[in-house]
Design a protein around this ligand. Structure first.
Ligand SMILES: [Zn+2]
Length: 374
């Protein structure tokens, strides 16, 4: 039923089309062409302007042939860097990049699988409920695209994001929330050799602020990190400013909140003891989600995986995805594996078999919902 060659071709062409975050115009135009060829109505929203990117999210609708609640399938269009000029290569059973770039199976494998599934549904005239296909921009830089999605266009009450690595059959049911912490430590500049006593060293103040923070793994569901530090100009100047960026994550929203608060408090205390000041901004990037084992999308994804011979299992992740925002909007959504491996590296690859299996998984999820309705 699945046209393997077409599936691989679709993936290869998507992979070759540049789409680093906020520069998705090319891939949106290409995908729009594919959707039109399949005969689907689609719509590009205003997210592009809102996030200062070149393109918005694409939303396509596949009218149902059976009644029943619409299903949402969500994938993202953007890639991390180095992501321009990808040269995907079929190497036996595997597809990888030429080595200088990522492959972009994250998340173009998901896009290719969804498109192939819809083509199969149409060609084989298989019964299916209404489907809503959402393709988002700027997922990799903080879920920016989906956060701007016009949810009044979404009727689905249940969703499947195809954006997890590992073997198809794995179903992510728990993902953390995340706070972004941006801080500027402000001391006072002075000549380091002539009048250092007039200065307040922002680098030293920042060092004290960070030195005793709880960082790394806090508990099995909570982590914290300071990931960026920048400051100072020259050895003969007492540094005036240091810029810090960090994050906290937890599967438990309350834990994340109090950890963020604790970190901000500690940093402020230490910086002030050093005679400097600190400006801190905290932004919650997304909420956590925890779906119970008996939630319908969990059950469907597991059952479908088992039915097509995949190893069906649930898992949790330390990363955020569009599923976080969909769940936040009251659409219970799992994140399923597409087979992509070593993502966000130039060694990224995917097995052709896993592209096929992801497509089979999607088709079986759809088929099961028609049985439930029947
Ligand atoms: Zn991804």
């Amino acid at each position: 039923m699945i046209n393997r060659r077409r599936l691989v071709d679709t993936f290869m062409t998507l992979a070759k089309t540049d789409s680093v975050s906020r520069r998705e115009r090319g891939v949106v135009d290409h995908l729009a062409g594919l959707l039109a060829d399949i005969g689907l109505e689609y719509f590009e929203d205003e997210a592009g302007q809102a996030i200062n990117g070149t393109a918005g999210n694409l939303i396509a609708k596949v009218p149902g042939t059976t009644a029943g609640p619409p299903l949402l399938f969500c994938t993202h269009l953007d890639t991390v860097e180095p992501g321009n000029g990808v040269k995907p290569r079929v190497d036996g059973h595997v597809i990888r990049s030429a080595g200088e770039t990522i492959l972009g199976a994250d998340d173009k494998a998901g896009i290719a699988a969804v498109l192939e599934a819809v083509r199969v549904l149409k060609e084989q005239e298989l019964p299916h409920p209404p489907l809503e296909l959402v393709f988002t921009v700027a997922e990799e830089i903080g879920l920016l695209g989906i956060r701007e999605l016009d949810f009044s266009l979404v009727k689905a009450r249940m969703g499947f994001v195809l954006d997890s690595d590992g073997t198809p059959g794995k179903v992510i049911t728990r993902a953390p929330s995340q706070d972004r912490i941006v801080a500027t430590v402000i001391g006072r500049a002075a000549h380091a050799g002539i009048n250092p006593e007039d200065g307040v060293n922002a680098i030293q103040a920042a060092a004290k602020a960070i030195a005793n923070l709880p960082l790394g793994r806090i508990d099995e569901e909570t982590t914290a990190n300071i990931g960026v530090i920048r400051g100072g100009q020259a050895t003969n100047i007492v540094p005036e400013r240091v810029y810090l960026e960090g994050e906290t994550r937890s599967l438990d929203n309350n834990k994340r909140r109090s950890l963020t608060e604790h970190i901000c408090q500690k940093m402020t205390e230490q910086v002030e003891l050093a005679g400097a000041r600190i400006k801190i901004e905290v932004e919650q990037i997304y909420s956590s989600f925890v779906l119970e084992p008996d939630a319908i999308p969990v059950q469907l994804a597991l059952q479908a995986a088992a039915n097509v011979g995949l190893i069906a299992l649930t898992d949790q992740t330390g990363g955020g995805s569009d599923a976080n925002v969909l769940n936040e909007h009251g659409i219970p959504t799992v994140n399923i594996s597409t087979g992509m491996r070593k993502v966000h590296s130039t060694e990224e690859y995917i097995l052709i078999e896993d592209l096929v299996n992801t497509t089979r998984h999607v088709l079986e999820i759809i088929r099961l919902t028609t049985l439930n309705e029947g």
